[in-house]
Write a protein that binds this ligand. Structure first.
Ligand code: C2E
Ligand code: MG
Ligand code: MG
Length: 424
């Protein structure tokens, strides 16, 4: 019916020399809500969203829903294309009041792509495609944003979609690998643990770092599959190391926001640990603040369950983002990782020393350990040691290395590479 009305309206707009607009609206993280609270809650939420939309739309506008977390809006007659932005803002504002779901307040965010008849195209199908493309562009701008279609977005959105399917293929063809970066005990200057970091062995581009593809992956469901692959790989690698008798130090695994939001996260972890017969105590899961901000459901419960299993939780990149102290107070972290941006200036700016030192003291007072990230020089290491940082990670000791290289490190935790770097 939506499409039929669209065709009729465009004919009329063409006759009357008028402008029409089509919106493609995407509800952010709807799948997570469905998974966390169940389908019934998801459905009533959709009904509530459309009610709120209807209140701000005119009788002559049309609202449709082409897919699970998507809506379409047709404004059949506007006087100029700029007017569409007024309506887009109204739709965004309509959802600003949080929704009450199963006794929990939930904030719903949307992204809107706008296409304009006749500026973008006069073909109804093409008009929908343009709005869809603009919606993908809008997601890049952040939450509760809208974007008008432009051919430039089209190219960008195309790249994004292409990347997404490449990532899917990469998973199928087993092109991801893990590197492991040693983490050093600040007191003993010996290997204390490691962090697993993903790389993509790209068929033509060589080894691609996560910053080039995780951002795109995070925008789609593919991140959950990549995340599961990472865990399986770490656990099976760990099993192989144990089998070959190399020392069993802790491995840190990064979790993305989407993974952390998944209702089945804890069950998935425990199932995989069992499959590979590895002890949960050998693992620590790193989350960033942004993943906590965007999490749905009971974050604290997930923390508790993961720690009850015996694994540990770390707050990654601390000092960036909002660095809300309430996270430290409310969530039982075992570790805080001070972000590289503080460490890199620590030798130049006394204020960064003060900040790092305060973070360490605070974390210790709360019973948490602290790791300094991105330590590249001996001076940075010395300062961190002098303010009681527990562990140190960075190029000074070693960049992330492949599993074979890591195995040689594991066989000699007092590896000459560490002492060479330290006493340079
Ligand atoms: P992160 O978890 O904070 O990891 C540390 C990053 O800093 C790594 O970048 C590491 O190579 C880099 N690094 C370590 N020491 C130094 C140093 O001394 N100097 C400098 N300049 N950089 C250093 P990488 O491997 O490119 O990873 C970037 C980010 O991607 C990670 O930051 C993490 O947030 C994310 N990431 C990596 N692997 C995974 C994964 O398997 N799953 C998820 N969800 N995220 C991952
Ligand atoms: Mg990390
Ligand atoms: Mg970090």
């Amino acid at each position: 019916m939506f499409f039929d009305r669209l065709q009729q309206s465009l004919l009329k707009a063409h006759r009357d020399g008028k402008v029409a607009a089509v919106f493609f609206v995407r509800v952010d993280r709807f799948k997570v809500i469905n998974d966390t609270f169940g389908k019934n809650v998801g459905n009533s939420m959709l009904a509530e969203i459309s009610n709120r939309f209807k209140q701000v739309l005119r009788q002559s506008d049309t609202l449709g829903r082409p897919g699970r977390d998507e809506f379409m809006v047709l404004l059949p007659e506007i006087s100029k294309s700029e007017d569409a932005s007024i309506v887009a803002n109204k739709l965004i504002d309509a959802l600003r009041t949080p929704f009450t779901v199963a006794g929990t307040l939930l904030f719903i965010n949307i992204n809107i792509g706008i296409s304009i008849f006749p500026d973008d195209t006069t073909d109804p199908e093409e008009l929908l495609r343009c709005a869809y493309t603009a919606k993908i562009g809008s997601i890049e701008d952040g939450k509760n944003k809208f974007r008008y279609y432009s051919p430039a977005i089209s190219q960008k959105a195309f790249k994004l979609l292409k990347m997404e399917s490449e990532l899917r293929l990469a998973l199928e063809k087993n092109e991801f690998i893990l590197h492991y970066q040693p983490v050093i005990c600040a007191k003993k200057l010996s290997l204390s643990s490691m962090e697993a970091l993903i790389r993509w062995k790209h068929p033509t581009q060589g080894l691609v770092n996560p910053s080039s593809f995780l951002g795109v992956a995070e925008q789609s469901e593919i991140i959950s599959q990549i995340g599961s692959w990472v865990m399986e790989e770490v656990f099976s690698q760990k099993r192989a190391w144990i089998n070959s008798g190399v020392a069993s130090s802790r491995v840190a695994i990064n979790l993305s926001a989407r993974q952390f939001s998944s209702a089945s996260l804890v069950d998935d972890i425990s199932r995989m640990l069992e499959t590979h017969r590895v002890d949960p105590q050998l693992f620590e899961f790193e989350v960033t603040e942004s993943s906590l901000i965007h999490s749905m459901g009971d974050v604290e419960l997930k923390f508790r369950k993961i720690r009850e299993m015996g694994a540990k939780m770390a707050l990654d990149d601390f000092g960036t983002g909002y660095s809300s102290l309430s996270y430290l107070r409310n969530l039982p972290f075992d570790r805080v990782k001070i972000d590289r941006s503080f460490v890199s200036n620590i030798t130049l700016d006394q204020r960064d020393v003060a900040i790092a030192s305060a973070i360490i003291e605070l974390a210790h007072a709360l019973g948490m350990k602290v790791t300094g990230e991105g330590v590249e020089t001996k001076e940075q290491m010395e300062i961190l040691c002098s303010i009681n940082c527990d562990e140190i990670q960075g190029y000074l000791f070693s960049p992330p290395v492949d599993s074979d290289c890591m195995k040689t490190f594991l066989s000699s935790p007092q590896h000459p590479a560490w002492s060479k770097a330290v006493y340079l």
